[in-house]
Design a protein around this ligand. Structure first.
Ligand code: NI
Length: 226
């Protein structure tokens, strides 16, 4: 399921975050580094961007703010049924930068913990307004072909981590975003999508039907592992 999740961050939160990200500087342990530091074998040859160093205090602080918002975002919870969320990372594409076709690695180590996370769902949270840059679309291949995603700052897209995707070259301005992965309690995308559709349909009922709510929870009980 590819889903647009609007309003993860407010305009004020994006502005404050961008101020910190835009003033942190380049090429040191706290600042922006070559994005290939975390790329796998396949990613090395196609990844051309910058990333905030994963161990930087700023990345951890801003990532914590994003996680706090997501914990209380009903659409995010309903759509991903999160078991674990990888600490959000930050990337930046200037003119000429791009990330060619790739699939995200299946397993990631949570930094500093030794805990493994299976990437079921990939997330990109946009931190630049679309009018401030050209190019830089996130192109996600699904059964309908490549879907081009370019969202307002503060909005997020989630999509299955096994999708082939890429970021088209930025031709003007800078594209700043946060990206991370979710291990879901329900690893199968089709099951997760069915649960999401059912949950959304129930929420549209007034009053909610007890039997349908029960069916949702019984399916979740059948398919979820915590
Ligand atoms: Ni990716």
């Amino acid at each position: 399921m590819l889903l647009h999740i609007p309003g993860v961050l407010s305009t004020e939160q994006v502005k404050a975050m961008r101020h910190r990200l835009d003033t942190v500087g380049d090429s040191n342990i706290e600042g922006w580094v070559d994005g290939r530091v975390t790329a796998g074998h396949q990613g090395q040859s196609v990844k051309r961007n910058q990333q905030l160093a994963e161990q930087s205090a700023l990345a951890q602080m801003l990532g914590g703010l994003i996680l706090a918002e997501l914990e209380r975002h009903p659409l995010f919870i309903s759509a991903t049924l999160p078991s674990r969320v990888y600490p959000p990372m930050f990337n930046r594409y200037g003119p000429g930068m791009a990330f060619g076709n790739h699939v995200d690695g299946a397993i990631r180590l949570m930094p500093g913990t030794g805990v493994k996370l299976r990437t079921d769902v990939s997330a990109t949270l946009f931190l630049t307004d679309p009018s401030d840059y050209d190019g830089g679309e996130l192109l996600i291949e699904d059964t309908f072909g490549a879907q081009a995603v370019k969202l307002p700052a503060g909005d997020m897209v989630i999509y299955p981590s096994n999708s082939v995707h890429r970021v088209s070259p930025v031709t003007r301005g800078e594209r700043v975003a946060s990206f991370f992965w979710i291990e879901s309690m329900v690893r199968d995308d089709a099951q997760r999508t069915l649960l999401f559709d059912l949950d959304q349909a129930i929420q549209g009922l007034n009053p909610a039907c007890v039997q349908l709510t029960g069916t949702y929870h019984n399916l979740l009980r059948m398919w979820a592992s915590t």
